[in-house]
Design a binder for this molecule. Structure first.
Ligand SMILES: [Zn+2]
Length: 404
């Protein structure tokens, strides 16, 4: 059995939905697939995402002071190595700085960078023809190439340039699927295609300039996930799934005792919450003028905590997270919410005042109570060992009424 993982750089569900053609292409891949409507990244930066996806253990790199300087007390080899002996990672283009490249080499035992797109594709095909029993990781960063002046697209404007990059990353996915069939690998491969994070375009004013490490708002962490396994028929999955679970999903897919129900069983075991953070617990956001922030979502609401307090959004209806539902509440000293019949925050749009009332406020309080407890527990599990003072910085006892 073989495994192919394709990383979709900077492609979020929300952005995908803005471009029907891109959405249609990913949704209608020429292969049976499971499409996940509620898949969430565990972080908001590329290398953190890769590390989380490969290890399935969010606490593993938490002591790192940056994704560019990964520390790890355990062996560095990708855990999948233990199951499949041949591992290869192909990255295009090589736009990484020295530290990031080193961090990537820390994560992959055999990694090649390409600056030539056709060579990148050619080597993918050669690798797939030659090998069996492998894990292949493919990174096509074309989707964020608009940042680079010399990106090789024939575009009229910078926005078209950006679009063409995203289009090409999706075309790479098509190329890999075609190659699967030409190499007759389709019955002995599992294919995982995942988004790492979106771009916030500074709407939350969280950085002094463009940086990937925005706080984990819904539009940044709600990303696409597509999974192919020869024994699975096409279907849609509505359960919340976290990037943390992808490693287990892949190991499950490699299992020899596989049966038609394994996947459903796997999903049933998942808890319906997804946790995310923007920085490692030992990492400082000062340089990036960024607050360390943690979030949890049940696919309907999401709750975010930082040193400035807590914010909660109805992410289904407010995917860009601009309407903090807690703006209509006061926090009591015991941490319970108390509904106010007016908006406490001056920064909130007043329209919501007509939507919320005492009865509906109870729905919000119920959801908040569960999410608050799950978020606290998740931060403790993931980060406390790496930074025991973390909770001193996070303010669970205050509502953050700021608009950004
Ligand atoms: Zn990324």
């Amino acid at each position: 059995m073989n495994t192919i993982i394709i990383h979709l750089e900077s492609i979020s569900m929300m952005q995908l939905q803005q471009f029907p053609n891109l959405y249609f292409m990913l949704y209608n891949l020429p292969i049976k697939r499971c499409w996940f409507n509620k898949f969430y990244s565990t972080c908001t930066s590329t290398i953190m995402a890769i590390a989380d996806m490969l290890s399935g253990d969010l606490s593993r790199y938490e002591k790192s002071i940056s994704p560019s300087y990964l520390t790890d007390s355990k062996p560095h080899n990708l855990l999948l190595n233990e199951v499949t002996p041949i591992n290869k990672a192909f990255f295009y283009p090589n736009f990484w700085n020295e530290d990031d490249a080193l961090a990537l080499r820390h994560l992959f035992s055999d990694l090649t960078f390409f600056n030539d797109y056709s060579l990148f594709r050619k080597e993918i095909e050669i690798f797939m023809r030659k090998n069996d029993n492998f894990t292949l990781f493919i990174y096509d960063g074309s989707s964020s190439l608009a940042m680079l002046e010399d990106a090789e697209f024939n575009s009229r404007s910078y926005l078209e340039h950006w679009y063409n990059g995203k289009l090409r990353t999706i075309e790479t996915v098509y190329f890999v699927i075609e190659t699967l069939f030409t190499c007759k690998l389709q019955d002995k491969v599992q294919l995982l295609i995942y988004g790492d994070h979106g771009n916030d375009f500074l709407t939350h004013k969280s950085g002094g300039g463009h940086t990937h490490c925005f706080e984990p708002y819904n539009n940044l962490i709600h990303v696409p996930l597509i999974y192919y396994h020869p024994l699975l028929e096409s279907h849609q999955v509505e359960n919340v799934l976290s990037m943390e679970s992808l490693h287990a999903l892949l190991i499950n897919g490699l299992s020899c005792n596989i049966n038609d129900n394994f996947f459903t069983q796997f999903l049933d075991k998942q808890e319906s919450f997804a946790f995310a953070r923007n920085l490692y617990s030992n990492q400082s956001g000062v340089d990036m003028k960024l607050k360390k922030a943690y979030s949890i979502t049940d696919g309907i609401y999401n709750l975010i905590v930082s040193c400035e307090g807590v914010k909660m959004y109805a992410s289904n209806f407010d995917p860009t997270n601009h309407c903090n539902l807690l703006s209509y509440f006061l926090m009591q000293p015991n941490g319970m919410l108390e509904y106010q019949h007016f908006c406490v925050s001056e920064n909130m749009p007043k329209q919501f005042t007509f939507v919320i009332n005492q009865k509906r406020a109870l729905e919000i309080i119920d959801a908040y109570t569960i999410l608050q407890s799950k978020l606290h527990e998740a931060i403790k599990t993931v980060s406390e060992e790496a930074n025991m003072y973390l909770f001193d910085d996070l303010d669970f006892k205050r509502i953050n009424y700021n608009s950004s």
